[in-house]
Design a protein around this ligand. Structure first.
Ligand SMILES: Cc1cc2nc3c(=O)[nH]c(=O)nc-3n(C[C@H](O)[C@H](O)[C@H](O)COP(=O)(O)OP(=O)(O)OC[C@H]3O[C@@H](n4cnc5c(N)ncnc54)[C@H](O)[C@@H]3O)c2cc1C
Length: 405
């Protein structure tokens, strides 16, 4: 068959991992990313990656990029302790749901942590000719000859054989492909920030918070999470081969902290999303006055330039649909509560499964729509299960609203 023209909307973890897998196998793939460049926006802070994610990345990345990924990742201790607001341990939670389903890759641990920004930089290396920055996909037209015309925000169009929406929770393609699919507000808000980890700040943080991801919360589900990222091999020669910005970033260790509250206890949205970062930090300090002083002190260490407020949202799983040559992956179809830290891992699993199916199509084993349908069937199963499980855990631990049936 002639070479498949594959267009991916969105250069996040899902879209870029799939692009690597397909590009490595010589397929014709183009990614349209709305951001103007790889570093024009901080894509967030820290991600927990389990064996589901590492399996997908290992299959997609060239060996040198995989090694660069490992060198810049952190390898935290096992366990995810829960505390109350007095820093007293709560009963341990079952962490099974945070574990992946991937095949073990060499001798790396089940749980890694990565800087989102560094992962983004790595995922763009080697795909400079594949990614078009500063272009938004706004919709598509399905054509009678089984091709799809992709509509771009600059008025241009591009012809493709397959369109894959990897454009995140507000996906324009999903809105057209599955207009009945809903995204709901879970009724909780995060205020997130980074703490730089230096000898000075480490000395001021309780030792038990420095080794793994921890969450403290009170009886109202007001919570403070702490997730350190200490790069495993900052002196790697592979890092030294990268540009100055990459090298500087890959030497930085930091902790992600998240203040969490249900809406009823949080300042109104109109204030939350317009307040200055300093004001948000002061607000968090004020909410935690009765908490253990060591926890409150960590908020003093927030890098104010990194503070921002977020809304917790989730997709609501929908029933099966007829496959076509327009499909969706990652947050575009199964954005979920952040309670388990498995959204990106599930997105990477999509890249792995869809990659396999598209390679089978180009090898002549399947027709395009059959391959997409096989992917969608598997994805609905594990993806929507992850959405429901994350919502159930978030309801218990974060106190957010349940998902509608
Ligand atoms: C506070 C918080 C913590 C989290 N922690 C974890 C964790 O530890 N582990 C984990 O597995 N998951 C975690 N998640 C979930 C994770 O962030 C997402 O599941 C993951 O980013 C989804 O990847 P994606 O590539 O599907 O979408 P995104 O990361 O949203 O990427 C979408 C990309 O598409 C681009 N784009 C958007 N619209 C368009 C358009 N119209 N045209 C072109 N480009 C477009 C965007 O700029 C972006 O680059 C967390 C989420 C939150 C909110």
């Amino acid at each position: 068959m002639s070479v498949l023209r594959i267009v991916i909307a969105g250069g996040g973890p899902a879209g870029m991992t799939l692009a690597h897998r397909l590009h490595r196998h010589g397929l014709d793939v183009t990614v349209y990313e709305r951001d103007c460049g790889v570093a024009t926006r901080d894509p967030g802070y820290r991600l927990h990656i389990n064996s589901t994610g590492t399996t997908a990345l290992h299959a997609a990345l060239e060996p040198a990029l995989w090694e660069l990924f490992l060198a810049t990742s952190g390898m935290p201790d096992e366990g995810m302790p829960l505390y109350d607001e007095h820093l007293t341990l709560r009963p341990a939670r079952d962490t099974k749901a945070t574990e992946g389903v991937g095949a073990p890759v060499s001798d790396i641990p089940e749980h890694l942590v990565v800087s989102r920004s560094t992962l983004r930089r790595i995922l763009h290396l080697g795909l400079e000719q594949v990614v078009r920055f500063g272009v938004k996909v706004v919709g598509y037209r399905s054509n009678p000859d089984s091709t799809v015309t992709v509509l771009l925000d600059d008025g241009q169009t591009v012809e493709a054989d397959v369109l894959i929406a990897a454009d995140g929770i507000n996906s324009a393609v999903r809105a057209q492909r599955l207009p009945h699919a809903r995204v709901i507000d879970l009724g909780a808000r995060h205020i997130v920030a980074k703490i730089p980890l230096t000898d000075q700040t480490r000395a001021m943080i309780p030792a038990q918070l420095l080794t793994t991801f921890s969450l403290a919360y009170d009886s109202d589900h007001t919570g403070l999470t702490f997730g350190p990222l200490e790069r495993s091999n900052p002196d790697s020669p592979l890092i030294k081969e990268q540009d100055d910005e990459f090298q500087a970033e890959a030497r930085e260790n930091f902790a992600l902290t998240i203040f969490n509250s249900v809406n009823e206890k949080m300042m109104p949205d109109a204030e939350l999303f317009t307040a200055s970062p300093q004001r948000l930090r002061d607000y968090v300090m004020a909410r935690l006055t009765s908490w253990h002083p060591a926890l409150v002190d960590t908020v003093q260490l927030w890098d104010v330039t990194t503070v921002q407020a977020l809304t917790l949202r989730s997709c609501v799983p929908v029933g099966a649909w007829e496959p076509s040559n327009v499909t969706m992956m990652g947050d575009a179809i199964h954005a979920m509560s952040s309670a388990l830290g498995i959204g990106a891992n599930t997105a990477l699993r999509d890249a792995h499964v869809l990659g396999e199916e598209l390679l089978a199509v180009t090898d002549g084993y399947r027709a395009v729509v059959e391959g997409v349908g096989a992917y969608e069937e598997r994805m609905r199963d594990y993806g929507f299960a992850a959405v429901r499980l994350s919502a159930a855990v978030g309801e218990q631990v974060i106190g957010h609203r349940p998902l509608p049936e």
